[in-house]
Design a protein around this ligand. Structure first.
Ligand code: EPU
Length: 363
C-alpha cells in the first residue's frame, strides 16, 4: 500500500486490536439467502457468511484454520451490488455499530460511525446533535462503510467534501490502517476501494468532518427550485434535509418497496469536441462543464432519449420517473438486470457513441 501503510490508527494501539469485552463468538452461517441483504432484492445464496461486528472479528477469522485463507467477499448494505450468482466465497457481512463525536474544535466537528450503521441514520443523528453538513446526502441507501467505496454524492455534495478518515482492516495481515481523504483517492463515484484495494480490505469505521460555521450547499438545480418555491433563501440544515428527502422521494424509488441500487450508470465525461458534436445532433442533451474542460452528460437523459423509461426485460425494468435507475419489478434475477443494462448500453452507444459505465459492482 506504499505511503498508506505509514498511517497509524490514531486511537491507542490496543483499542482496535482487542475484542470488546462482550464479543460474541464468531459464527459461520451456512447457505444464507442474500435476497434481504441486497437492495435490488436479487436471489443468491452465500455458502458461508460471517458477521463482522468489530475489527477483531476480522483478525479472528484470518486466524481460523479452515477459513483464514478462503476467498472473501465483503458485503455492506448491498446497495451497490448486482448479484448474478451464488457466492462460493466467504461473505463478510459488516455490522460494526456505534456513532460518536470524536473531535470538536472551533472550525469543525468530527463524528465517527461504525461501517455497519445505515448511512441515512448517520445523517439524521448528526442533525439531531445539531451538526449540519451531511444533509444533502440524506436518504442515500446503504451503509456507512459503503459510502467511501463509491464516494457517494448527491445535490452538489460528495462524501469526499465531508470526509475526515476511515479505518480499514487488511484481509491478509489483519492490520488496521487509518486512511485520510488523499489516500482514499476519491473520484466521481470512485475510490481506492474500487481499484487497488478492491476485495483486499474491510472498512470498519468512517469519520466525517463537519465544518463550522455550517453553510448550506444550494447550487444544485433541484435545490435552487426549492428556494424559489418556498421563498426561504437562508434555510437551516434541517430544512435542506427535508428538501432533499422530498426531492429524492419524488424521483427515486424506495428500495424497501421497489428493489434498486440508485443510479445504475455513472454520468459519462466527454471532451468539449464530443459534447459539441452531440449538441449539434441533439440540442437538448443535458450537459455540465467540468473544471478540467471536459463535460459531464446526464446519463438519465441519454437513456430517456433512447426511449427506455418504463421499459423492461423480464422482471428488470427502467424506473418510469428516472431512467438512470433500474428496478426490480418483482422476481428479477441478476442476469436479467445485466441483460437489460447491456441493451441500454448498446442503444446509447448506437445513438450517441458513448459507453455508459455501470455504477454498482456486478458479481
Ligand atoms: N433526466 C432526464 N430523464 C431521466 C432522468 C434524468 O431527462 O429519465 C435529466 C434531468 O431532467 C436532469 C438531468 O437529466 O436535467 C440530471 O438528472 P438528475 O438531476 O435526476 O440527476 P442525475 O445526474 O440523473 C445524479 C446522481 C444521483 C444523485 C443526483 C442528484 C450519478 C450517477 N447520479 O443523478 O446519485 O442523487 O445526481 O445529485 O451521478 C446514485 O448515485 O445512486 C444517485 C442516485
Amino acid at each position: 500500500m506504499g505511503e498508506n501503510s505509514a498511517m497509524q490508527d490514531p486511537r491507542p494501539a490496543d483499542a482496535a486490536a482487542m475484542p470488546p469485552p462482550d464479543a460474541a463468538p464468531l459464527t459461520i452461517e451456512q447457505d444464507v439467502p442474500l435476497r434481504e441483504h441486497n437492495t435490488f432484492g436479487l436471489p443468491a445464496t452465500a455458502r458461508r457468511l460471517v458477521r463482522i461486528r468489530h475489527e477483531s472479528d476480522v483478525r479472528r477469522l484470518l486466524a481460523h484454520p479452515g477459513l483464514g485463507r478462503a476467498p472473501k467477499f465483503v458485503l455492506g448494505g448491498g446497495s451497490n451490488v448486482i448479484l448474478t450468482r451464488d457466492m462460493p466465497e466467504l461473505v463478510l457481512k459488516v455490522e460494526v455499530r456505534g456513532m460518536r463525536v470524536v473531535r470538536e474544535s472551533a472550525d469543525a466537528v468530527v463524528v465517527e460511525a461504525g461501517a455497519g450503521e445505515r448511512w441515512h441514520d448517520l445523517v439524521a443523528h448528526t442533525l439531531d446533535l445539531g451538526f449540519g453538513g451531511l444533509e444533502n446526502l440524506a436518504l442515500i441507501p446503504g451503509t456507512v462503510g459503503a459510502a467511501p467505496v463509491q464516494n457517494i454524492g448527491a445535490y452538489g455534495l460528495e462524501l469526499a467534501d465531508r470526509f475526515d478518515s476511515l479505518d480499514t482492516v487488511d484481509l491478509v495481515t489483519g492490520r488496521t490502517v487509518t486512511l485520510n481523504a488523499a489516500q482514499c483517492r476519491f473520484g466521481y463515484r470512485d475510490s481506492l476501494f474500487k481499484g487497488a484495494l478492491a476485495g483486499k480490505s474491510v472498512i470498519t469505521r468512517v469519520r466525517v468532518r463537519l465544518p463550522r460555521p455550517w453553510q448550506p450547499v444550494l447550487g444544485y438545480l433541484d435545490l435552487e427550485r426549492k428556494v424559489a418555491e418556498t421563498g426561504i433563501t437562508a434555510p437551516d440544515a434541517r430544512t435542506v434535509f427535508d428538501w432533499v428527502c422530498a426531492i429524492r422521494r419524488a424521483k427515486l424509488p424506495d428500495p424497501a418497496q421497489v428493489g434498486n441500487v440508485g443510479s445504475f450508470f455513472k454520468n459519462p465525461l466527454v471532451s468539449a469536441e464530443q459534447c459539441r458534436d452531440i449538441i449539434a445532433r441533439d440540442p437538448h442533451v443535458v450537459h455540465y462543464p467540468m473544471p478540467d474542460g471536459q463535460f459531464k452528460l446526464a446519463a438519465g437523459w441519454l437513456i430517456d432519449a433512447c426511449g427506455w423509461k418504463g421499459k423492461a426485460i423480464g422482471h428488470a425494468g427502467v424506473y418510469d420517473r428516472q431512467a438512470l435507475v433500474l428496478v426490480n419489478r418483482g422476481g428479477a434475477t441478476g442476469s436479467e438486470v445485466v441483460t437489460l443494462a447491456r441493451a441500454i448500453q448498446e442503444s446509447v452507444y448506437g445513438r450517441f457513441g458513448i459507453r455508459l459505465d455501470p455504477e454498482p459492482v456486478i458479481v
